[in-house]
Design a protein around this ligand. Structure first.
Ligand code: G3P
Length: 219
């Protein structure tokens, strides 16, 4: 399973990229707003750091306007890795179809049902993004949704890749990997939590302490 980072914070992206564990980035309007910076400028900076798919979302609600916005993003950002993130709705599907016909990659987001994922794939989406944590929030099993989508896409050899999003814990990452998600997009703090294990910390300390004793004996 591939890991993307889910943020518009350039420093976090740089840190995660330096670790060698991510190969793509997803952003959304909320994440961009959190940074308080110019959208295009941020995406351009991200594209200089990560050589992999970078999802940038349109904010129009009509298909033609989504397509115009997508083309404008393509023109200004001018990077082969740009993926246009489209909200799941009828207009979004129409825009996805048009963009797919132009060879432009799309990530259909805000997927909360298997039916939505299937429709997005039919419309030509390169990626679909089921939101695991937000389903958990309302008492459903987000992981079950990912598992269902994986099964259906495999049944029919559908090429659309699944980006598990709204990931809230390292356990979520492991669970979506277990059910066969192609990608998990995760905030930097989750990557940090995946690195940590108390036995690793105490193990490193014990090695260092024992080595200090060896050095002491050699004096
Ligand atoms: O990729 C979607 C993600 O950013 C949403 O996460 O935690 O706001 O549900 P969250």
């Amino acid at each position: 399973m591939k890991l993307f980072i889910d943020t518009a914070n350039v420093e976090d992206i740089r840190r995660a990229n330096d670790l060698g564990v991510i190969c793509g980035v997803t952003t959304n309007p909320s994440l961009i707003a959190k940074e308080g910076r110019d959208f295009v400028e941020v995406v351009k900076e991200i594209a200089e750091i990560v050589d992999g798919p970078i999802s940038a979302e349109v904010i129009s609600v009509e298909a033609d306007k989504m397509v115009t916005e997508a083309l404008e993003l393509y023109r200004t950002i001018n990077n082969k890795n740009l993926v246009i993130k489209i909200p799941m709705c009828a207009e979004g599907l129409k825009a996805t179809k048009q963009l797919a016909a132009m060879g432009i990659k799309t990530n259909v987001t805000l997927i909360f049902s298997t039916a939505q994922a299937l429709l997005a794939a039919k419309a030509g989406a390169t990626y679909v993004s089921p939101f695991v944590g937000r389903l958990d929030d309302i008492g459903f099993e987000g992981i079950d949704l990912v598992e269902d989508i994986v099964k259906i896409f495999r049944n029919y050899a559908i090429k659309t890749e699944i980006i598990s999003a709204s990931i809230r814990s390292s356990n979520h990452v492991i669970e979506v990997a277990r059910v066969g998600s192609d990608i998990a997009t995760v905030p930097y703090k989750i990557i940090e939590s995946m690195i940590q294990h108390p036995l690793t910390v105490s193990g490193i300390q014990r090695f260092l302490d024992d080595w200090a004793k060896v050095e002491q004996q050699q004096i």
